[in-house]
Write a protein that binds this ligand. Sequence first.
Ligand SMILES: O=C(CO)[C@@H](O)[C@H](O)COP(=O)(O)O
Ligand SMILES: [Fe+2]
Length: 216
Amino acid sequence: MARIAPSILAADFADLYGDVRQVESAEILHLDVMDGHFVPNISFGPPVISSLRERTDLYFDTHLMIEHPSEYVEAFQNAGADRLTVHVESEDDPGAVIESIHDHGMDAGIALNPDTDVGRVEPYLDDVEVVLVMSVQPGFGGQSFMPKTLDRIERLDAMGAAEIEVDGGVNSETGPKCVEAGAETLVIGSSLFGQSDVARALADLRESVGIEAKSQ
Ligand SMILES: O=C(CO)[C@@H](O)[C@H](O)COP(=O)(O)O
Ligand SMILES: [Fe+2]
C-alpha cells in the first residue's frame, strides 16, 4: 500500500507547525537534514525536530544528507526521530551507522543518489527498513523528477528491498509511475507545501496515486 510522506523542506519555516498540522493525517513526515558539506545547502537539525516532536505524533522519517551521520545518531534519537536514513555516499561506513541506529532504537534506511549504482546498496538490503531512491540531485526541493529513477526502483524491488521510498520531483504525474514501478513511500515537498491549500493538495495527491483517505 502506497503512502505519502510530506517533506517539510518546502514548508513555511516561520509557521512550521501550522503547515505540519495540515498533514497530520499522513502519519509520516519527511525531515531533510542538510549540513552544507554533503550537499550545498543547509536546512535544520535536531533542535527543530525536537520542537516538532513536542507538537505531533507523526512518524519522523529523517533523511540525513550529512557527511558524518555516525556522529549524530544519539542527537537525533534524543530529538525524537523514528527513522534515520543515511546516504551510501556519506563518509562513514554505512553498515556501522545502520547498526548504531538500530542500537539506539530507531529504524534505519539507506539512501542513494541518482548517479550511484544501485548495486552499492545491495550489501545493506537485509539490514535496513527502507531504501530511499533519490530522483533528483539531493540538496534542494522543487527539482524535476529524473525518469531513469523508474528503472532503478524496479531493480531495487527485484533485489528484494523491504520498502522503497522515492524522493524528489514526485507529484500527481510521477507518483503513480513510481508506485507502479514498486515504490511504497512517496516523499512530496513542493507539490504539497508549495500549494495554497495544503490539506486539499494532500487529498488530491492521494487520489492521483490511488490511496484511500482512511489508510493514511
Ligand atoms: O531530500 C530532498 C531534497 O534533497 C527532498 O526530500 C525534497 O524535499 C523533495 O522536495 P520536492 O522535490 O518534492 O519539492
Ligand atoms: Fe529527502
